[in-house]
Design a protein around this ligand. Structure first.
Ligand SMILES: O=P(O)(O)OC[C@H]1O[C@@H](O)[C@@H](O)[C@@H](O)[C@@H]1O
Length: 368
């Protein structure tokens, strides 16, 4: 049974403990592989294929919980980390994209976005007592392989190996997140340098100063692809980049806080619905496209509020999130998606909801 050993002063911490208890008990199978999803009664789906990125995200969450001293988390990590290495490692190098339910490889694509989450999880594992050395060694080989095989001659990284188009800003955003996490753990300048390089890509290619928007999809040479992909704006990504760019500057890296504020303001002005929830997609003129609203853009909204120093707004957004997205049947479950009319449309709870909520709660409660 997972139980908090710290005092729970913010309601968000109680909700996180509920989530950790549930996912720690029900969200991992006898082999140590995490389920993709639970149903609203908290039952895992043994027949689903398993995406590597979900395994990495769950490992991140439980490694962080172990470092905070939450009872039971270390056991989950002790089961999950060896299984991750056994099932997800590619036989040559890197990490495969997808597993069959029986654990055999279903897609051996090595995807850059996925690898960002491997590095992010390894940074959290590096802080644990028993897995630090192994996590450091794996991060070193993963980064080396990324540089060797996935680096693109026009800067940044290919989408994956084998390479595909369009290229996206999104994997680079999560690599920035991972490099900042490693810099926090090691204090080693190479990680800040890597984070700065991604910041440079943001400034040069991803940020559109004519619109104050973030580009999502690009050709090989970083030119923006044609609409509709080329002018798609995801408010959630505006908030997520805003948060990370502020953290980059605070870590002593390059300072893109002005652009971060412009992304934030654009998404606040055009990317929220009448209830203040972040919608899934608009265009670069601020016109609505997909007015559904997943959970993750809401967690990014909270992180961006915190990064911008808007504490009251962060608390208000978190309360609205809890009022609407917390599932009532089983404590610890969060609804993943509502349609434009406000009807819950996710029939199950994806495991990644735990990661999205966990990072937002860390930000909301830091220093409180
Ligand atoms: O669909 P899941 O796996 O929950 O991910 C949800 C979202 O996470 C965010 O951090 C971004 O990377 C998004 O591009 C992604 O769509």
């Amino acid at each position: 049974m997972l139980a908090a050993t710290t005092r729970l002063t913010h309601p968000a911490l109680t909700w996180r403990r509920n989530a950790l208890e549930l996912w720690g008990e029900r969200g991992i199978d006898s082999r140590g592989l995490f389920y993709e999803q639970l149903d609203f009664n908290g039952r895992g789906d043994a027949d689903s294929r398993r995406r590597m990125r979900v395994q990495a995200r769950q490992l991140y969450v439980f490694a962080r919980a172990e470092s905070r001293g939450e009872a039971g988390a270390a056991e989950v990590v002790d089961r999950g980390f060896p299984a991750f290495q056994r099932f997800c490692a590619h036989q040559e190098a890197g990490w495969i994209h997808l597993l069959e339910a029986d654990g055999s490889p279903a897609d051996i694509l090595r995807d850059t976005y996925d690898h960002a989450f491997v590095l992010f999880a390894l940074a959290a594992l590096a802080r644990t007592a028993s897995h630090g050395a192994q996590a450091r060694a794996l991060a070193q080989s993963t980064l080396g392989w990324l540089d060797e095989v996935l680096a693109h001659e026009a800067g940044g990284f290919h989408e994956g190996h084998p390479a595909s188009l369009p290229r996206r800003s999104n994997p680079h955003m999560h690599l920035l997140e991972a490099m900042l996490a490693w810099y926090r753990v090691e204090g080693d300048r190479q990680f800040l340098d890597r984070a700065n390089i991604i910041g440079g890509l943001f400034e040069k290619h991803f940020f559109d100063p004519a619109h104050d928007t973030l580009g999502e999809h690009f050709n090989d040479d970083w030119s923006v692809v044609a609409p509709p992909l080329g002018d798609s704006v995801e408010p959630g990504h505006h908030f997520e980049w805003c948060w990370l760019l502020v953290r980059l500057a605070e870590a002593g890296g390059a300072d893109y806080r002005e652009q971060a504020a412009r992304l934030y303001r654009f998404a606040l002005a055009h990317g929220l619905d009448a209830h203040g929830f972040a919608v899934d997609e608009i265009d670069r003129d601020g016109r609505p496209r997909r007015m559904s609203r997943r959970l993750w853009p809401q967690t990014e909204l909270i992180k961006a509020h915190v990064a911008m120093g808007e504490r009251d707004a962060a608390e208000t957004s978190f309360r609205a999130l809890a009022d609407t997205y917390l599932a009532t049947a089983t404590p610890g479950l969060w609804i993943d998606q509502f349609d434009a009319a406000g009807h819950g449309v996710s029939p199950v709870v994806p495991a990644s909801t735990l990661y999205h909520i966990d990072v937002a709660i860390d930000e909301l409660t830091a220093g409180r």
